[in-house]
Design a protein around this ligand. Sequence first.
Ligand SMILES: NC(=O)c1ccc[n+]([C@@H]2O[C@H](COP(=O)([O-])OP(=O)(O)OC[C@H]3O[C@@H](n4cnc5c(N)ncnc54)[C@H](O)[C@@H]3O)[C@@H](O)[C@H]2O)c1
Length: 147
Amino acid sequence: MHLQKRVLVTGGAGFIGGFLCEALLERGHEVLCVDNFFTSTRRNIENLLDHKRFELMGHDVTFPLFVEVDEIFNLACLASPIHYQRDPIQTTKTSVHGAINMLELAMRVKAKILQALARGFTKIGQYPIVGLARALFGARAICQGAG
Ligand SMILES: NC(=O)c1ccc[n+]([C@@H]2O[C@H](COP(=O)([O-])OP(=O)(O)OC[C@H]3O[C@@H](n4cnc5c(N)ncnc54)[C@H](O)[C@@H]3O)[C@@H](O)[C@H]2O)c1
């Protein structure tokens, strides 16, 4: 039997986020989905809106977030080249400020965090966010990149 956790999924209305929210609900967890709908719509997660363990919050991760959660999946990102090339400043803010805000939240509430990376950042060949996460969390930090 799984222990019920409260899980934050940023970018939760996106492609991976939507499926992840659904999978977490199926496993009996409470899900807080955070998204600013920059590249998605509520329609992507319409099937989850009435679920009693699902909560949707409109929020931009470039601003600090104060919530109580056990785990964080930070997937908020301008993942597609069409979007990140059109708005490089917002892309950088989301990837850098967003990651820092989520890492700080994880520190505050002692949550486990998975940090996804934008393709543009992983292509640089250096991993500043990975380095920051590892410095703060050591082996507890899991970083997933798009390569
Ligand atoms: N899709 C893939 O094949 C794939 C593979 C490997 C890694 N990834 C990584 O996984 C993550 C998610 O990918 P995806 O395909 O689900 O992307 P997606 O574009 O479908 O979803 C990203 C979501 O983040 C939201 N968002 C963007 N900026 C935000 C902000 N500032 N605040 C809050 N929400 C914001 C968007 O509105 C969108 O709903 C990305 O980091 C991506 O690089 C994706």
